[in-house]
Each structure stands twice: as structure tokens, then as C-alpha cells.
Design a binder for this molecule. Structure first.
Ligand SMILES: NC(=O)c1ccc[n+]([C@@H]2O[C@H](COP(=O)([O-])OP(=O)(O)OC[C@H]3O[C@@H](n4cnc5c(N)ncnc54)[C@H](OP(=O)(O)O)[C@@H]3O)[C@@H](O)[C@H]2O)c1
Length: 238
């Protein structure tokens, strides 16, 4: 079924409820009950992957950029991808962003484009220089500084200890790449917009070189049409 078909609200309410369930049999049954819905089709693999997964996302241009050279990223992808991003936020316990993103955007990281709960915001700040950002004024925001923020594995352990289970790494490119390279990301949503940013643009995914081409990362993928954009859902656990 096309994902551009009208969304039935009941589907989304059910998905939000199922997102909090631990029992995969129950989740599977709930999804089956709702089978045929566009949102069910799009988010079922995420829910079935379990409550403790790590997902990541980036919205990029045709030439692989997530922002211009100056850091302007408003907006690379369109409205449908913004909704998708807010849905991802609603389905996770915590959303993680890197220092470059907080410095440039001071993002709210809340769920506004759809109904749903706000995740805990987690800001990585290895140099400890981000004190003036609005997102840090929320006492619930987890601000990880210095060594605590340097290694994705340490960050993930800290979040788990705080009871934060399903995690979204939202950007920027360097942070998502670090988490992918560390082997911690189960599912990566990469939305490509028909836009060319240019040579100086900020890179999205950037991983260590691999030779030959046949050994490069080519995970199983699903494609979702999001307005003019194409979202690749990559199963990095396969
Ligand atoms: N299109 C999208 O989906 C999307 C999503 C999120 C963000 N963005 C855009 O992506 C850009 C940021 O991405 P990014 O890859 O550059 O960064 P990032 O992943 O958010 O953060 C990592 C970068 O921040 C630097 N850094 C470390 N500590 C810092 C500190 N205390 N203050 C400031 N910077 C610090 C690091 O530089 P060193 O290596 O030198 O330490 C590293 O390059 C922004 O322009 C943002 O608007 C786009």
C-alpha cells in the first residue's frame, strides 16, 4: 500500500501503545490486528525489533549533505519527512544529538508535527562548551559532558542505566556516523531529498573506507516515498 494514502488515526494510536509493550508476541498480534495501515507497514519492523533498539536518522541531499557549509539545514527534506522524524521521536524513549547540531540549531527535539509523547533529550558535549543552549534549560535533558560523551558505548550504557531503552540518534552526520561505525545502530532511516548542496556542504554518513566495492556496507533496505523525498530504511542488523 502506498504510504502517501490517508493515515487512519487509529493506526497511530495503536502504534504508540504498542511502542511501550515489552512482549513481542503482543506487539505482533497488535500489528496484525491493524495490518494494512500505512503507518503500521512503515513502523512495524521498528516495533518488532524490540524495546531496546537504537535507531538513527538523517535527511540528506542528492550529494550526501545534511546542511550547507555554514550549517544551514532548514530544511533539507520536506514536510512528510519532518512528520516521519516526529513519529520516530514519539516512538522512542530518548533522542540523542551531537554538539555540532546543538551549537548550530539549538533544536527543540519535541513531538509537534504528530500526536505523541516527547522523548528525553540527550545532548553530547565532549568539550563542555554548550552551556548557553535552550535545550539544556529543561531539567529533564540529559547533558553528557567530557569523557561521558566521547564514546557511543559509554553513552548507551549511561542511558540504559537511566531506564532509557529505545534510542533515536538524530544527528548530526558525525554523531550518527560514530554510532553506526561503533556497530550500535540497528536501523538507519536515511531520507534523500532532490536537492544538491555543493562541495562545502556538511557530510551526512561518513564511515571508514572499505575496499573492494563488494565489501562496502549494502544493508537490506526498504524505501518509503515521503512527498518528493525517498526514505531508505536500512536494516543494519541483517
Ligand atoms: N539534515 C539532518 O538530518 C540533520 C540532523 C541533525 C543536524 N543537522 C545539521 O548537521 C550539522 C551538524 O552536524 P555535524 O556532523 O557537524 O555535528 P554533530 O554530529 O552534531 O556533532 C559532532 C561535531 O561537533 C563538534 N564538536 C565537538 N564538541 C563540540 C562543542 N562543544 N561545540 C561545538 N562543536 C563541537 C565535533 O568537532 P570535532 O571533531 O572537531 O570535535 C564534531 O564534528 C548542523 O549544521 C545541523 O544543522 C542536520
Amino acid at each position: 500500500m502506498s504510504i502517501d494514502a490517508p493515515v487512519r488515526l487509529g493506526d497511530w494510536d495503536t502504534l504508540l501503545r504498542l511502542a511501550r509493550e515489552d512482549d513481542q508476541v503482543l506487539v505482533g498480534a497488535g500489528l496484525q490486528e491493524r495490518s494494512g495501515g500505512d503507518l503500521v507497514d512503515r513502523y512495524a519492523p521498528l516495533l518488532l525489533a524490540g524495546r531496546t533498539g537504537v535507531v538513527a536518522q538523517l535527511g540528506q541531499s542528492l550529494d550526501g549533505c545534511i546542511a550547507t557549509a555554514s550549517g544551514d539545514s532548514h530544511f533539507v527534506t520536506g514536510e512528510a519527512d519532518r512528520e516521519h522524524l516526529h513519529r520516530l521521536r514519539a516512538l522512542v524513549d530518548a533522542v540523542v544529538v551531537g554538539p555540532g547540531t546543538v551549537r548550530t540549531d539549538d533544536p527543540q527535539l519535541t513531538v509537534r508535527a504528530v500526536e505523541g509523547p516527547n522523548p528525553v533529550r540527550v545532548v553530547l558535549d565532549p568539550r563542555g562548551t554548550l552551556l548557553d543552549r535552550g535545550v539544556l534549560r529543561d531539567p529533564v535533558t540529559v547533558h553528557l559532558v567530557g569523557e561521558q560523551a566521547r564514546s557511543p558505548r559509554t553513552v548507551l550504557k549511561t542511558l540504559r542505566e537511566r531506564g532509557l531503552r529505545r534510542i533515536l540518534v538524530e544527528g548530526g552526520g558525525a554523531t550518527v556516523s560514530d554510532w553506526v561505525a561503533a556497530g550500535l545502530v540497528d536501523r538507519l532511516y536515511l531520507t534523500v531529498a532532490p536537492l544538491v548542496v555543493g562541495r562545502g556542504g556538511r557530510r551526512g554518513i561518513s564511515l571508514p573506507d572499505v575496499e573492494p566495492l563488494t565489501d562496502c556496507l549494502r544493508p537490506p533496505a526498504r524505501r518509503h516515498l515521503l512527498g518528493d523525498d525517498v526514505c531508505f530504511e536500512l536494516d543494519l542488523r541483517a
